[in-house]
Design a binder for this molecule. Structure first.
Ligand SMILES: [Zn+2]
Length: 202
């Protein structure tokens, strides 16, 4: 899929040129995606954090952080999902957020999967993608032990237990970038001691 020319027929079958169809739909900035501003700033702050710190493979962490911050500012109908994701280049265990069933996935831009970097996903749309990348989320495969472990840990425990790997500091950093005041970050985290990830498997 990576070798479609801008002037080729779009692979989605619309009959339009690729540059007038899916390329245009995917090569978006955060501001071009219709969303509530409070949601956009939390997601964009997570993106900025990953980018500035070249933060690799943090899907279980950044998905939990986005879920908690989005919930803190009042969003409902959110889930953190864990499952195997597949694209043209391979498969990997992964965690992402869904809001009203639409995917929010920043960690995919800097995976531990052989150092692969893919366009991040905001409400099912690809940010800044010049290629038509297709992700299949939650394919029917066994998870590795690491991913199974996170499924059995609440979002709160996952972040608090990882404190020695700076997970609490990263939570505070992304909250601050998002303009969210936390008088006691750990107290906020403890509210999510009953919130777990959902296994996604088709
Ligand atoms: Zn198309």
């Amino acid at each position: 899929m990576g070798s479609i020319g801008r002037n080729d027929r779009c692979p989605c079958g619309s009959g339009l040129k690729y540059k007038q169809c899916c390329l245009k739909k995917n090569n978006l900035t955060f501001n071009e995606i219709e969303s509530d501003d409070n949601m956009r700033i939390i997601v964009k702050s997570t993106y900025d954090f990953i980018k500035e710190n070249k933060f690799e493979g943090g899907c279980h962490l950044t998905s939990a952080i986005m879920y908690i911050l989005l919930t803190e500012v009042g969003f409902t109908d959110l889930e953190v999902k864990t499952g195997v994701v597949e694209n043209d280049e391979g498969r990997f265990d992964h965690s992402w957020v869904e809001y009203q069933g639409k995917k929010i996935d920043m960690a995919i831009m800097n995976t531990l999967q052989d150092g692969f970097k893919y366009p991040p996903v905001f409400l099912d749309k690809l940010i800044g993608s010049s290629e038509l990348m297709e992700y299949k989320y939650g394919i029917d495969m066994e998870l590795d032990s690491d991913a199974l472990r996170v499924l059995n840990q609440s979002l709160s425990d996952y972040i608090l237990d990882g404190e020695s790997q700076n997970t609490v500091l990263i939570f505070k950093d992304i909250a601050k970038r998002s303009g969210i005041e936390l008088s006691d970050a750990k107290e906020t985290l403890r509210k999510y001691s009953g919130t777990y990830r959902v296994l996604e498997r088709k």
